[in-house]
Write a protein that binds this ligand. Structure first.
Ligand code: ADP
Ligand code: ASP
Ligand code: MG
Length: 818
C-alpha cells in the first residue's frame, strides 16, 4: 500500500517521481499487489476551503480562485498526458469543474457553507488528483484504475471529521478488491455515509485512508510517501538540527502526531496497530533513504526521548474555585460536556491542590468550550464556587515523546531547566498517564525557541551548537571568519562545538539565511548576494531568529551598534566584541550592560577591548572577584605607540619613525588617531571601571602627542610634511630622559582614583623599561601583588591575535552552555 501526500503530487516533476516509485514497487514483486492512495495536489484542499469561505462571505473572488484551480489541473493534464487519454481526462475535469462552480455559486447565493457542503466541495481535490494520476499511470504502462473511496469507505455523518465504520468498510474493501486485479488509485481523505453523502476524515486524512485499506487487505506494509525523510526528532522547518528517527512505536507516533507533528495523521496508527501492519514514512524526493518504520516493537534508541512536537496555537481554559476542592466528578462533568459538543481536549492539567483545572483546545473551539462548561457549571458559577472561566488564547504546546521515558527519571526536570535557562515561562505542564509524553504550555511567541532548546538538550548533549550573528567583516571580523572556517573540524572533534554563522554584515551589505552560511566563499557571497545593510533590520533579525545559544559578535568600531547592546542582552543573546565603544561610553550604560548580563545570565565578553588576545581584562576581573584590591595599574596599551617609542633611540628623527610605523601598517590609517592618545584613554577607562571606579572618559587626563605645529594639517600627507618640525621637541625629551638613564614610554596610569595617559621617562627598575617591539604590557599592583606587580606582556595588537581573542571568548561561552 503506497500513499502519496499533497507535496508528492504538487508539481509535474513530483508526479514523475511518483510514477517511478510506483513502477519500481510493482516491478519488485510479481506476487504482491500494489495499491495507491493519493491526496489532492499540494495546497488544493486549502484553496477549496478558501473558495467556499469567500463565496459564503459574499466575496466574488471565489471565481478567480476557482479559475486558478481549473488552470492548474489543466496544465498538469496537458503536460503529463497526451492523445485520447489527455482528451478524456480534460473532459472529465471540465465536467467536475462546472459542477464545482455551480456548488460555489450556490454557496454564494445562500451565503453560508455548511460542514456537509464543505466536505462535498473539498472532495473535488482528491477526486480530480486520483482520476488524473490513474490515467498517468496507465500511460506509463501500468494497469491502473481509479477508485472513488466513497464507494467503499462508510462513515457516520460527522462532517469534517467523520468516524469510519470499520467492519463494514473492511468487508466492502475486501469484496471490491477480490473482483479486481489492476492497481487501484484511491482517493484519500474522503468517504460516504449510508445515504451516500460525502464526508471527510479530518485534515491530513489521506494517511488514514491508506491505513484503512492496508488493514482491510492485510498489506505487508503501508508506505506514506511525503516531502521529508521520515519522522524527524522535531519539525525540521522549526528545528534545523532535527534528524531522522529510524524506528518508533505506534504509540509514540500517535503522541507525536497528536501534539502537532503533521507528518502523519493521528488516527492512522489505529488500524495499523490492530492488524500489526508496519507503517513506513518515506521521502518521495529521496527514495533511497530508508525512512521511519512505525511498528509494535521498534528497535531500541539511545536517546531518552524519540522526538518533540508542537501545536503553535491553542487556547487554554482555566476553571478555578473552591467548588472544585474535594468534589468528585466536576472534572468528569466538564469532559462530558465538551465531548457532547465534539470538542477535542488536547491536554488537561489539574493542580495538586485541586483548586484549578486547565484545558487546552484548538482556538476555534475555545468559545464553544467555554459556553459548554459554563452551561454545565451554571449552579457552581452562580454560587461562586467556581470563578468565571478564564480563556487564554495565544498559547502553544510543546510535547516531548518517547517510551524510554518510563524508565528514566528527571525528564520533566530537563525540559523545565532547558526552558528556564532561556527565560521561557512555563504556563502549565502535563504528563500523560502512559508516561509517553510530557507536554508544556508556553506563550505563543516562545514556541520556536522552546522546541529548539529542548531539542538541543535531549539530542545534542555531545555537541554544542552556537549560532553566530556577526557585524564587521573588516580585518578582525574577516580574520575571525577565516579562523572559524579553518577550525571547524577540530572544534567539533576535540571540543564538541559547532559554530554556525547565521548572518554577517559589513557597513553596506548583509547576508542571512535560514540555513547556516557556508564560510568558504563568504566574501564573494556577501558582495554578490548581500542585501543593503540597515542596522535595525540586522538587529530585528537577530532578536527574532530565536535560535538557541545565539551570539552577537560586533567586530566594528561603531558607536551606533553599542546602542543596541542592552536590547540584545535583554533578549538573552550573548555578546562578544572587540569594540570598545560600549564600555568606554557613558558610565551609566557600562553599568547597565554589566547588570543586564548578570541578571539575565547571558554572557557579555569583551576581553579584546584591551590588549587584543592578552588575558588582561579577564585577569583583572578575577582579581577583583576574588577580593583583591587594585592599588595601581601601569600599562602600555597601544601597540603602535609601543613600537614608536621602543624604536625611538635618538638616532633617527621621530618623524621618520612614525613614517616607518605607518608604512609597516602598525598605525591607524591616520596616525593622528594613535598619537592623540584617545584610544589608550578608552582602554584605561575600561580597566578603571573593571577595577570598580565610576569614571567617565572626560575624567582621564590625556597627553595628546600630536605636536602643535601639525595641528593645522588637513590631510595625512600634510601631517607628515609638518611632522619633522616637531622632531627637535621629541629629541629634547629623549635626551633629557637618556641623561638620567631612562627611556620614554607612553604610559597609562591609574592610581588613587586618578587616571592619566602621558609620555613618561622610566628607569631600568620599571617594568616598562625593557618593553620591545609592539608589545603591550600591563602591571597590576594590588593588595596581594604589592611587592612586585602582576605583569602581563605580549603582542597586544593585530588582526590575527585580536580575532583569536574573540574566538577564545566564543569557545568560553560554548563551554558554559548546556
Ligand atoms: P503530505 O502532503 O505528504 O501529507 P504533510 O505536509 O502533511 O505532507 O506532512 C509533512 C510535513 O510535516 C513536513 O514537511 C514537515 O514540515 C512536517 N513535520 C512536522 N513535524 C515533523 C516531524 N517530527 N518529522 C517530520 N516532518 C514533520
Ligand atoms: N488533502 C487533505 C488535506 O489537505 C488530506 C491529506 O492531504 O491527507 O488535509
Ligand atoms: Mg499529510
Amino acid at each position: 500500500m503506497l500513499k502519496f501526500g499533497g507535496t508528492s503530487v504538487g508539481t509535474t516533476a513530483a508526479i514523475r517521481q511518483v510514477v517511478k516509485i510506483v513502477k519500481q514497487a510493482q516491478g519488485r514483486s510479481s506476487t504482491a499487489r500494489v495499491a495507491v492512495v493519493c491526496s489532492a495536489f499540494g495546497g488544493v484542499t486549502d484553496q477549496l476551503i478558501a473558495m467556499s469561505r469567500l463565496a459564503a462571505a459574499d466575496d466574488k473572488h471565489y471565481r478567480a480562485l476557482h479559475q486558478a484551480w481549473f488552470q492548474r489541473h489543466t496544465d498538469v493534464i496537458k503536460e503529463l498526458l497526451h492523445g485520447k487519454r489527455q482528451q478524456r481526462v480534460l473532459v472529465h475535469l471540465q465536467k467536475r469543474s462546472r459542477h464545482l462552480l455551480e456548488l460555489l455559486n450556490g454557496v454564494y447565493l445562500v451565503k453560508e457553507v455548511s460542514p456537509r457542503t464543505l466536505d462535498f466541495i473539498v472532495s473535488f481535490g482528491e477526486r480530480i488528483s486520483n482520476y488524473t494520476l490513474a490515467a498517468i499511470f496507465q500511460q506509463h504502462g501500468l494497469a491502473a484504475e481509479y477508485l472513488d473511496a466513497r464507494e467503499v469507505v462508510r462513515t457516520d455523518n460527522h462532517f469534517g471529521q467523520a468516524q469510519v465504520e470499520l467492519d463494514l468498510t473492511y468487508r466492502t474493501i475486501q469484496r471490491y478488491f477480490r473482483e479486481r486485479s489492476a492497481i487501484q488509485v484511491i482517493t484519500g481523505f474522503i468517504g460516504a455515509t449510508a445515504d451516500g453523502l460525502t464526508t471527510t476524515l479530518g485534515r491530513g486524512g489521506s494517511d488514514y485512508t491508506a491505513a484503512l485499506f492496508g488493514a482491510a487487505l492485510r498489506a505487508k506494509e503501508v508506505q506514506i510517501w511525503t516531502d521529508v525523510d521520515g519522522v524527524m526528532t522535531a519539525n525540521p522547518r522549526i528545528v534545523p538540527q532535527a534528524f531522522l528517527v529510524k524506528a518508533m512505536s505506534y504509540h509514540e507516533a500517535m503522541e507525536l502526531s497528536h501534539f502537532g507533528a503533521k507528518v502523519i495523521y493521528t488516527p492512522t496508527m489505529q488500524p495499523a496497530m490492530e492488524r500489526h501492519i508496519p507503517l513506513r514514512i518515506k521521502n518521495t524526493f529521496n527514495p533511497k533513504c530508508p525512512g521511519t518504520v512505525i511498528s509494535q516493537t521498534p528497535k531500541a534508541s539511545p536517546y531518552e526521548i524519540k522526538g518533540i512536537s508542537a501545536i503553535d496555537q491553542i487556547a487554554l481554559l482555566r476553571i478555578e474555585g473552591t467548588g472544585l476542592v474535594g468534589v468528585a466528578g466536576i472534572a468528569g462533568r466538564v469532559f462530558s460536556a465538551l465531548a457532547r459538543q465534539h470538542i477535542n481536549i488536547i491536554l488537561i492539567t489539574q493542580a495538586s491542590s485541586e483548586y484549578s483545572i486547565c484545558l487546552a483546545v484548538v482556538p476555534t473551539d475555545a468559545m464553544a468550550a467555554r459556553l459548554a462548561i459554563e452551561h454545565e457549571l451554571t449552579f457552581e458559577l452562580r454560587a461562586r464556587q467556581v470563578a468565571p472561566i478564564i480563556v487564554e488564547t495565544d498559547r502553544a504546546i510543546v510535547a516531548v515523546v518517547g517510551e524510554n521515558m518510563q524508565h528514566t527519571p528527571g525528564i520533566s526536570g530537563k525540559v523545565l531547566a532547558a526552558l528556564g535557562q532561556h527565560q521561557i515561562n512555563v504556563i502549565a505542564i502535563a504528563q500523560g498517564s502512559s508516561e509517553l509524553n510530557i507536554s508544556v504550555v508556553v506563550a505563543r511567541g516562545d514556541i520556536q525557541t522552546a522546541q529548539n532548546v529542548i531539542h538541543n538538550r535531549f539530542f545534542f548533549t555531545q555537541t554544542k551548537t552556537i549560532h553566530l550573528f556577526l557585524v564587521g567583516t573588516g580585518l578582525i571580523g574577516g580574520t575571525l571568519l577565516d579562523q572559524l572556517q579553518q577550525q571547524r573540524q577540530t572544534l567539533k572533534r576535540d571540543y564538541g562545538v559547532t559554530i554556525r554563522v547565521m548572518a554577517l554584515a559589513n557597513s553596506t551589505k548583509w547576508l542571512h539565511n535560514a540555513e547556516p552560511l557556508t564560510l568558504t566563499a563568504w566574501r564573494s557571497q556577501l558582495k554578490r548576494h548581500g542585501q543593503a545593510m540597515h542596522l535595525t533590520d540586522f538587529i530585528t533579525h537577530l532578536r527574532t531568529s530565536r535560535l538557541p545559544h545565539s551570539m552577537f559578535v560586533d567586530c566594528t568600531a561603531s558607536e551606533d551598534i553599542a546602542e543596541y547592546y542592552h536590547d540584545i542582552l535583554q533578549a538573552g543573546i550573548a555578546i562578544v566584541t572587540p569594540n570598545k565603544k560600549a564600555n568606554s561610553g557613558p558610565w551609566q550604560r557600562y553599568q547597565l550592560l554589566q547588570h543586564t548580563s548578570q541578571e539575565q545570565h547571558v554572557d557579555f565578553l569583551y576581553d579584546t577591548n584591551v590588549g587584543a588576545g592578552l588575558p588582561i581584562i579577564r585577569t583583572l576581573k578575577e582579581l577583583v572577584a576574588s577580593g583583591d584590591k587594585v592599588r595601581r595599574i601601569e600599562a602600555v596599551l597601544s601597540g603602535t605607540l609601543s613600537y614608536i617609542f621602543n624604536s625611538y633611540t635618538g638616532r633617527k628623527p621621530f618623524s621618520q619613525i612614525v613614517q616607518a610605523a605607518h608604512q609597516l601598517g602598525y598605525t591607524e590609517p591616520d596616525p593622528r588617531d594613535d598619537l592623540a592618545g584617545m584610544d589608550v584613554a578608552r582602554k584605561l577607562l575600561i580597566l578603571a571601571r573593571e577595577a570598580g571606579l565610576a569614571l567617565e572618559l572626560r575624567d582621564i587626563a590625556v597627553e595628546n602627542l600630536i605636536p602643535t605645529v601639525c595641528q593645522t594639517a588637513a590631510t595625512v600627507e600634510e601631517f607628515f610634511a609638518l611632522l619633522p618640525k616637531a622632531d627637535i621637541l621629541f629629541a629634547k625629551r629623549y635626551r633629557q630622559a637618556a641623561g638620567q638613564g631612562k627611556v620614554l614610554r607612553y604610559i597609562a596610569t591609574l592610581e588613587r582614583g586618578r587616571a592619566v595617559v602621558q609620555l613618561k621617562a622610566v628607569g631600568p627598575e620599571h617594568p616598562l623599561y625593557r618593553l620591545s617591539g609592539s608589545d603591550n604590557l600591563v602591571a597590576f599592583t594590588t593588595q596581594r601583588y604589592h611587592t612586585r606587580p602582576l605583569v602581563i606582556q605580549g603582542p597586544g595588537a593585530g588582526a590575527a591575535v585580536t580575532a583569536a581573542g574573540v574566538f577564545a571568548n566564543l569557545i568560553r561561552i560554548a563551554n558554559n552552555v548546556l
